[in-house]
Design a protein around this ligand. Structure first.
Ligand code: 13P
Ligand code: SF4
Length: 348
């Protein structure tokens, strides 16, 4: 049962002592975040990984996050992902091989332009390496605006990968909404490279299948049922949803608005359901409402991190066996780190 499993996890953690740190993303299940040393958004967790001294970093999150932790930690540290099935579909929407081919097309179409790739953290290490090779940087949902500013100062155009909604919402935030073009290089009906290359901000056609399901009608329903409710949504949501919300921000911003709310305030949360549930538990003084109505905004990839797997990887470590190690190839790691360091320097 849960109590017994929890005891086993704590016993393994006691046996491992300072050798282990557990990082948990805000979207992880309660049974995982309860055991985490740090809970946070993608940016905060990458900082925690960079600062961690522990020999083993156990990542409660998805593959790209564990890869990013491996990129940013020392070679002597080992990153473990409790389930190898935890892969974010959005990260899979921009594979480095595809992007290479598309990059050739677009740079041919705009030979005189200095195009800077910006790659969302939600991407695999080889795409981050590609980004560094072409002078670009990584960003997360909390600093995309800073990285856009940096790139547009350095070059003429941005190719943003893979989340078109975060790209569009960021362009909007910077007053650049008229400069964007969506691009799906494989859509025969869609725009060609020459057409999109006329715009300053070229958005790869990827999306998060959790956040894309939020609709304006969810916000209208909440406002009708709870006229005093405030609405906060993640910038991976569609433009019209972000526009209808009161606040937009990364998962840590979503946590902050609830932390800072007055007792009795109502906040509707437009992001993955586990975070809405955590906030409801952590802040009983605030009325936390999930924005999703009847639809279940559950991230399948995050859900793969089952507490039984956490127990298994920890007990295996106690027995001297490393399971589910995430290791990025050395050359890729070196380049991807350059793209991540550019981001870390910009946000400080
Ligand atoms: P943040 O925690 O950076 O806001 O990211 C959200 C997300 O979708 C991670 O998969
Ligand atoms: Fe990927 Fe969306 Fe899940 Fe985040 S919430 S891991 S972007 S599918």
């Amino acid at each position: 049962d849960e109590a017994e499993r929890s005891e086993r996890i704590e016993a393994a953690l006691d046996a491992l002592g300072d050798d282990v740190v557990i990082l948990g993303h805000n979207y992880q299940r309660r049974e995982i975040v309860e055991h985490a040393d740090f809970i946070g958004d993608s940016y905060q967790l990458s900082k925690e990984a960079a600062n961690a001294d522990a020999e083993y970093v156990i990542f409660g999150g998805v593959t790209f996050m564990a890869e990013s932790a491996d990129i940013i930690t020392d070679d002597s540290q080992t990153v473990i992902l409790p389930s190898m099935e935890a892969s974010c579909p959005m990260a899979g929407m921009a594979e480095a091989l595809q992007v290479d081919a598309a990059w050739a097309e677009i740079t041919d179409a705009a030979p005189d332009a200095d195009i800077i790739p910006i790659t969302y953290m939600n991407s695999y290490a080889d795409l981050k390496a590609f980004t560094a090779e072409h002078g670009g940087a990584v960003c997360t949902s909390s600093n995309a605006h800073l990285v856009f500013d940096w790139a547009l100062e350095k070059g003429d155009k941005v190719l943003f990968l893979p989340d078109k909604h975060l790209g569009e919402n960021t362009a909007h935030r910077l007053g650049l909404e008229d400069e964007t073009a969506d691009w799906d290089p494989w859509d025969p009906e869609g725009k060609d490279a020459a057409e999109v290359a006329e715009s300053d901000i070229i958005l790869w056609d990827g999306y998060c299948q959790v956040h894309e399901r939020f609709r304006e009608s969810h916000i209208e329903d909440i406002r009708e049922k709870h006229p005093d409710a405030n609405v906060v949504v993640h910038p991976e949501c569609r433009r019209e949803v972000v526009e209808a919300a009161d606040v937009v921000g990364s998962t840590s911003t979503i946590c902050e608005v609830v932390e800072e709310a007055d007792p009795g305030d109502q906040w509707a949360i437009g992001t993955e359901i586990h975070l809405a549930n955590h906030l409801d538990r952590w802040h009983p003084e605030v009325e936390v409402l999930p924005l999703c109505g009847d639809a279940c905004m559950d991230c399948n990839a995050m859900r793969q991190i089952d507490p039984n797997y956490l127990t298994w990887v920890l007990e295996e470590l106690v027995a001297g066996r490393e399971r589910n190690v995430i290791e990025v190839a050395p050359r890729e790691k070196e380049l991807a780190e350059v793209a991540m360091d550019r981001m870390l320097e910009l946000q400080g």
